[in-house]
Design a protein around this ligand. Structure first.
Ligand SMILES: [Zn+2]
Ligand SMILES: [Zn+2]
Length: 300
């Protein structure tokens, strides 16, 4: 039933669901990912964006080695490894260019699925907010090598490839979100604190909160400028203007639902009214307009 989704961006709940059935339906999983291609987009000096299926991957690649931000689904890890190999200057194609560091922006399966591969085959050290490790530990199906090794509260700075990567904790999508700001390259990887052109997923069951998400986006917007290139969790490469349009949509739709609730409307009545016409295009298969309105209605 999922095969026709293979060319679309893949989302967290599907990721968790798919991860949970790997053990019983490997053939299905292989089929789902067999057609996925990893494409590489050069963003700035030493910085790249990899797109396949799942959360967009940010890459720092240079003489200090390779760091990746998120690693999509486990079955895609060999393809991601191959794409990273092509970024290297080495002509020896048999040689693995190891990933030194992995940063997980949060614990969802479409962002952490490759952790075990890069830990076991590359010796990568995995970094994440404390709560990412806590939530991954709850998943008995995951191996020890999937877990972040270095965890932090507010953030951490990584100095490599002539840049300073500020890894910063922000709340809203889950309770363990991180973003990464490349100071020199002027690139921001937002994790799932940005779904470019799409209604966002706010994981209310795992510490997500609509107002916290909005506050985080507004805080991040003050830290970037018109030249900043933004790698969103999902959707195409973006600018500050795209991020502003996205948070304006969140604020407008949230304010509308809050006022409808204050008038005593039920969720059914809110769904009947729908979002303002200008925001209808944010609807997509995973977060439909109805699901977004329900999230707004239930977020405290
Ligand atoms: Zn997510
Ligand atoms: Zn995601």
């Amino acid at each position: 039933m999922f095969s026709h989704f293979s060319n679309l961006p893949s989302m967290s709940v599907w990721g968790i669901f798919i991860a949970s059935i790997f053990s019983t339906n490997t053939a299905f999983a292989q089929d789902r990912f067999a057609k996925v291609q990893i494409t590489t987009q050069a963003i700035a000096n030493n910085v790249y964006m990899l797109v396949g299926s799942g959360g967009n991957i940010g890459v720092s690649a240079g003489h200090d080695g390779i760091l990746i931000i998120d690693d999509q689904y486990a079955p895609l890890a060999p393809k991601i490894q191959a794409a990273l190999g092509e970024l290297s200057s080495t002509q020896n194609t048999d040689e693995i260019v190891p990933v030194k560091y992995v940063i997980n922006t949060h614990f969802h399966g479409d962002h952490v699925g490759g952790n075990a591969h890069f830990h076991d085959n590359n010796g990568a050290t995995i970094f994440a907010h404390h709560n990412v490790r806590v939530r991954l530990l709850d998943n008995a199906a995951l191996s020890q090598s999937s877990l972040p090794v270095v965890t932090y509260d507010n953030g951490i700075s990584i100095h490599m490839n002539e840049d300073k990567l500020n890894v910063m904790h922000f709340a809203g999508h889950t309770d363990g979100d991180s973003v990464v700001l490349f100071e020199e390259a002027n690139v921001l990887h937002t994790g799932d604190l940005f779904f470019n052109g799409l209604f966002p997923y706010v994981d209310l069951d795992n510490g997500g909160n609509v107002q916290a998400y909005i506050d985080s986006v507004n805080a991040l917007i003050t830290q970037i400028d018109e030249q900043t290139k933004i790698i969103p969790g999902h959707g195409p490469l973006a600018t500050k203007a795209d991020y502003q349009a996205f948070v304006s949509m969140m604020e407008a739709t949230y304010n509308a639902v809050k006022s409808q609730k204050a008038q005593g409307m039920t969720l059914a009545e809110v769904l009947e009214i729908g979002v303002a016409e200008q925001y209808a295009s944010y609807d997509w298969r995973f977060i439909t307009e109805a699901r977004w309105l329900a999230t707004l209605y239930h977020s405290q």
